[in-house]
Every structure is written in structure tokens, then in C-alpha cells.
Design a binder for this molecule. Sequence first.
Ligand SMILES: CCCCCCCCCCCCCCCC(=O)SCCNC(=O)CCNC(=O)[C@H](O)C(C)(C)COP(=O)(O)OP(=O)(O)OC[C@H]1O[C@@H](n2cnc3c(N)ncnc32)[C@H](O)[C@@H]1OP(=O)(O)O
Length: 275
Amino acid sequence: MASPKPSTYETEKLDDDVPQPPSLSPTSPSPSLVLSPTDILIASIYPLTLIAGSAFSVFSPSPASTNSYFSQKRNIFNVFFVKYGWLWTTFVFLIHTSRLRSSSRPRALLRYAVATLWWISVTQWFFGPPIMDRTFLVTGGTCQLINTDPMLAKKEMGTAQMVFTSAACKVAGGKWSGGHDLSGHVFLLTHASLFLWSELLPILSLSGVAGWESVGVLALLGLWWWMLLMTGVYFHTWREKITGWIVAIVQWVVLYAWGLRSHPTIRSTFGAPGI
Ligand SMILES: CCCCCCCCCCCCCCCC(=O)SCCNC(=O)CCNC(=O)[C@H](O)C(C)(C)COP(=O)(O)OP(=O)(O)OC[C@H]1O[C@@H](n2cnc3c(N)ncnc32)[C@H](O)[C@@H]1OP(=O)(O)O
């Protein structure tokens, strides 16, 4: 019996015969990457956005970084949203999860935990400095003291020499320079977006934009896309954007594009996104 479509605003629990999207068919384990046209579409949004932003900053007639609100680091969208980007991603994901069948929620949270652990590893902590700071340090980066007061500089020099993270360097009043500073914004905005799309698309394909839970996720995806475009226009070198994007797609490729499609053990452990 075909399962009923969830009504627009009720969080009906569908029964177990909800059809899995064809790409998740349980009987075709294969070692290769299994990319559906939808995968290719969502995955290409973000590099194309960065290319468009970078092209605009190179070819635009007006000096881009002078008069736009979004070229300011202190703009509210950056300070209040992106700088707390994983919190907002967590928030809309938990709202999305609330409408899933109770049997689907634990594995949805497990997939979220994996995505969170990748975000933590890259930007917050990885057995010490996070991956993005480790990359910076191994490519010759240091925390440069910019203070000229000899007494204060001497005191901070000791601090600065012990400073191995960009956050601590900022607190110590130093300048984080000299290494390859992969874009944390490109990483977070792309990683969070691919995670949210992967969790939401199976539901959109089954029942459309049903419910305000989907609207919340789509609204955040829209903001993330716009802020990524602004990062592409106003911030970072193209190398920093590329490496930020490469690090951002790792978890999506390993879990969603490969593991859940091609590895039965991974799929049985983490489940398939959907109702
Ligand atoms: C069975 C069930 C199990 C269940 C298991 C459950 C779960 C088990 C797991 C545990 C669960 C934990 C629960 C987590 C719940 C939270 O998430 S709580 C913690 C929330 N924290 C966050 O969300 C923090 C997110 N922020 C970040 O990660 C970092 O700030 C970011 C976003 C990566 C940014 O790093 P960054 O170095 O500033 O970025 P970067 O691109 O290098 O920027 C360079 C400069 O350009 C500026 N810039 C770049 N782009 C832009 C732009 N577009 N506009 C303006 N300025 C820009 C930046 O602002 C920056 O300037 P400064 O601000 O440094 O002066």
C-alpha cells in the first residue's frame, strides 16, 4: 500500500514501507562513488558560487571591497549567523529531525554527530590545534606580534611563541600570518550546506516542501549560499577558498556519496536520510 503523503503541517509518522530513493537501493554494494544527478547538482552549487564570486571581484568595475555592507566583517549576518554557523545548522537540523519517525531519529543524530565531529576537527580542536590551524602552522604560519611596547611585547612574545591557534593569536593581540589559511567560512558554509541538503532532499523528493521544518532548513541554506558568495567576492585568496572547499566535501563524499550508497555496513549503521 502506498504510504500516505504527510499533510503540510502535521508531523505524520509514515509506516515502514516508505520507498527509499533509487540511489539507496539495498542490493547494489559497489566500491565506487555513486553520484546521482541531484548529488552532482547540489555538490556543484558551491564551487560554482565561489568561482562566480571570485570572478566578480576580479572583473567588477567598482572596487568591490569598498562600499558593500557585506564586505564588512562585522556585518550582522557574519557576526550573528556564520560565526555561530554550526549552532544554527544544529538548530534547523534538530527541528527537521523532530518530524522524522522515532525509529529514524537515532541514526539521523548519528549522521549529525559525524558531521559535527568533522566541523570540530577542522575548526575547533583536533587533539590540539584544529586541522585548519595545523595546516597554517605546517605551511610556515606563525602568530606575529604587532605590539611595539618592548615590555608588553616581551611578555606577549612568550605568549605568542606558545600560540598555536588563530583564536589564541587574536586574543594575544598577534597577527596570524605566513601560512596557508584555508577559509573557515568556505569550509563551514559548504560542509553545513551539503549535510543539510543530504538530510532534506529525500524528504523533499517524497513530499515537496512540506512543513515549516523544511522551510527553516531551506532558509538557512539560502543564507549560507549568500554568505559563501560574499566570501567569494570579498575575502580570501583563491587558494584559501579551494582548500576550504576541498576540506568541506570530505565528510559528504565519504558518508553520503560513497558510504551510504555503496557500503551495506555503513548504511545499516548510519541509516538512510528520509522520513
Ligand atoms: C545515537 C545518537 C547520538 C547523538 C550524538 C549527538 C551529537 C554529538 C556531537 C556533539 C554535539 C555538539 C553540539 C554542537 C552545538 C554547537 O554547534 S555549539 C557551538 C557553536 N559554534 C559555532 O557555530 C561556531 C562556528 N564558527 C566557526 O566554526 C568559525 O568561526 C568559522 C565560521 C569556521 C570561521 O572561522 P574564521 O577563521 O573566522 O573564518 P575565515 O574564513 O578564515 O575568515 C577570515 C576572516 O574573513 C572574514 N570573512 C570571511 N568570509 C566572510 C563573509 N562572508 N562575511 C564577512 N566576513 C567574512 C571572517 O570574519 C574572518 O575575519 P575575523 O572575524 O577573523 O576578523
